[in-house]
Design a protein around this ligand. Structure first.
Ligand SMILES: NC(=O)c1ccc[n+]([C@@H]2O[C@H](COP(=O)([O-])OP(=O)(O)OC[C@H]3O[C@@H](n4cnc5c(N)ncnc54)[C@H](OP(=O)(O)O)[C@@H]3O)[C@@H](O)[C@H]2O)c1
Length: 264
């Protein structure tokens, strides 16, 4: 059902086919957003999320593919999304990868470094550069009174060191700064930038280390004593998209059940 506060609101969620991105898509659908579900491969997960988003209340959903590790695809992807939606009010940079191999810091390879940083850092930076230009242009021509939003899904790995996936931590630490940079650059022009830092969330990305995290959570790693869900992250995006944090550009919101509380 369309939210009366946000008629014809539009959103793009990168990596929206599965996991956290799917959780975000479904929450935005409940608010009545018209949505582009981006993913690398498309296919059945994207189609399933599309069907579920339509059932949840989105008036229109389109699936689009682009590889965020391929710089040549960014501009045409952003152009296609704005062409389709007409304008974009909420852009969520969620897509990301873990290293294919969790290797000790002393064994990190340049190939894995490049792959992870191209996808998790260079991709979202240049994609957002392009999105920001389109958003500023749409604001110029439409005289919007409400802000537009760019959201970065980073990770607690921005500050928590995992020595078996150093390249991932570096990519997320860099992405946290990217969020601060775009927040500062766009603040006076009506575009609010927010960073969401998830902790341990149950998705395909964490499926291979489920037993390890089950055990760590049982030992007290997460004060709230459970896995996070894609819905937990999606609900934060809902609050941002509704405009509940409209004087908080540059905010960093953790969704980690208290994992990063410094404790004695
Ligand atoms: N799960 C966690 O515990 C956790 C914690 C903190 C932060 N995060 C972050 O949250 C985000 C989502 O993670 P997730 O756990 O939901 O992951 P996931 O279940 O593995 O889903 C990843 C999504 O990103 C897309 N993607 C991957 N590589 C891509 C590329 N090169 N180009 C375009 N799209 C690409 C995938 O598309 P396809 O379906 O086509 O493969 C998929 O939609 C990531 O940025 C991750 O770093 C996750």
């Amino acid at each position: 059902m369309m939210n009366p506060n946000h008629p014809e609101k539009t959103a793009v969620v990168t990596g929206g086919s599965r996991g956290i991105g799917r959780g975000i898509v479904l929450q935005l659908a409940k608010l009545g957003f018209k949505i582009v579900i981006h993913s690398r491969t498309g296919g059945e997960p994207a189609q399933q999320t599309k069907r579920d988003a339509l059932l949840a209340g989105s008036p229109e959903v389109l699936c689009m593919e682009a590889d965020l590790a391929d710089h040549d695809q960014y501009n045409s992807f952003v152009q296609r999304t704005f062409d389709h939606l007409g304008s974009c009010h909420v852009w969520v940079n969620n897509a990301g990868i873990a290293p294919q191999v969790r290797a000790d810091l002393l064994e990190t390879t340049p190939e894995s470094w490049d792959h992870v940083l191209n996808t998790n850092l260079k991709g979202p930076f240049f994609l957002t550069q392009s999105v920001a230009k389109f958003m500023l242009n749409q604001r110029l021509h439409n005289d919007f009174s409400t802000p537009d939003h760019i959201i970065f899904v980073t990770s607690i790995s921005s500050t928590v060191a995992s020595i078996q996936r150093g390249e991932y931590c570096v990519s997320k630490a860099g992405l946290s700064m990217v969020a601060q940079l775009f927040a500062a650059r766009l603040a006076s022009q009506g575009v609010i930038v927010t960073e969401i830092r998830p902790g341990i969330i149950a998705t395909d990305m964490t499926a291979s280390v489920k037993d390890k995290y089950d055990s760590l959570i049982a030992q007290g790693l997460v004060p709230q004593a459970r896995w996070g869900t894609p819905e937990d992250v999606g609900k934060v995006v809902t609050a941002i998209a509704r405009g509940d944090l409209n004087f908080s550009t540059g905010a960093v919101i953790t969704v980690d059940g208290g994992l990063t509380i410094a404790r004695l």
